[in-house]
Design a binder for this molecule. Structure first.
Ligand SMILES: *Cc1c(COP(=O)(O)O)cnc(C)c1O
Length: 237
């Protein structure tokens, strides 16, 4: 197995974020790097944290639970964002381990999260996942329904709507990918601009991955989720 220079890759990714932000007159501190450690083993995940990753992106609750003891033993345990599909029977386990659920795509799921949070006496940060590309392989609410869903989620007790997330179009055409990211930004602006209850904090835009974070930052990303550029190519699940 080839060794992967996680610390070097992390530094290079942070450089890319800085350059991309500067290029469009933004501050690098306004963009949070979520290191997508899903399907990377516990040791390599821990190595990413030791190299300076503050927030990890994980796709599966089971994997988060499996890695929890290793991560809890670290000097500075990371925060974890859930970036994969959440089944309602895994909500309680997710609440124990994650600081943000980026993949809320239905009012039903938001209600399940809200009622469990209420029972546990806590508040959960969530993002609404929107399928801006319309690719059927991707989950997320249809853009046309995103504003209504966001208003409904924002009004839920014990949920803090923090913004929106999308997986960009599977395309190497900059204009096509950026059009989707611009659409997410417009949805965000409509929701925050509505002044409806619970919408004031819905400012985040989680968009951009290893290959296109520059395009996402140019369109206003405040969170980029980067896996392979830091950790190498993932094994097929
Ligand atoms: C894996 C994953 C990423 C990271 O993708 P890379 O191309 O490896 O950077 C980002 N977002 C989501 C939702 C993912 O599942």
């Amino acid at each position: 197995m080839t060794t992967i220079d996680i610390a070097g890759n992390l530094a290079r990714t942070q450089d890319r974020i800085r350059e991309a932000a500067r290029a469009v007159g933004r501050f690098e501190d306004d963009v949070t790097l979520v290191v997508a450690t899903k399907s990377v083993d516990s040791e390599r995940t821990a190595a990413a944290v030791q190299a300076g990753a503050l927030v990890l992106g994980e796709s599966r609750v089971q994997e988060i639970v499996a890695k929890a003891p290793t991560l809890a033993a670290l000097e500075e345990p990371p925060r974890i964002h859930l970036i994969g599909h959440l089944q309602s029977n895994k909500v309680n386990a997710a609440l124990r381990h994650v600081s943000c659920i980026e993949t809320v795509h239905s009012a039903e799921l938001a209600r399940a999260i809200g009622s469990r949070c209420e029972a546990a006496g806590r508040v959960m940060d969530v993002l609404i996942q929107v399928n801006v590309s319309g690719e059927p392989s991707k989950s997320g609410v249809d853009p046309a329904a995103a504003v209504d869903l966001a208003l409904e989620v924002a009004a839920q007790p014990c949920i803090r709507l923090c913004g929106f997330m999308t997986i960009g179009a599977n395309s190497l055409v900059e204009a096509d990918v950026r059009a989707g990211y611009a659409q997410l930004r417009q949805i965000r602006d409509a929701v925050v601009g509505s002044g409806e209850p619970g919408t004031a904090d819905a400012l985040h835009l989680s968009m951009g991955m290893s290959r296109d974070l520059e395009w996402a930052i140019a369109e206003g990303a405040t969170i980029v989720r980067v896996g392979s550029a830091i950790l190498g190519t993932r094994p097929r699940p």
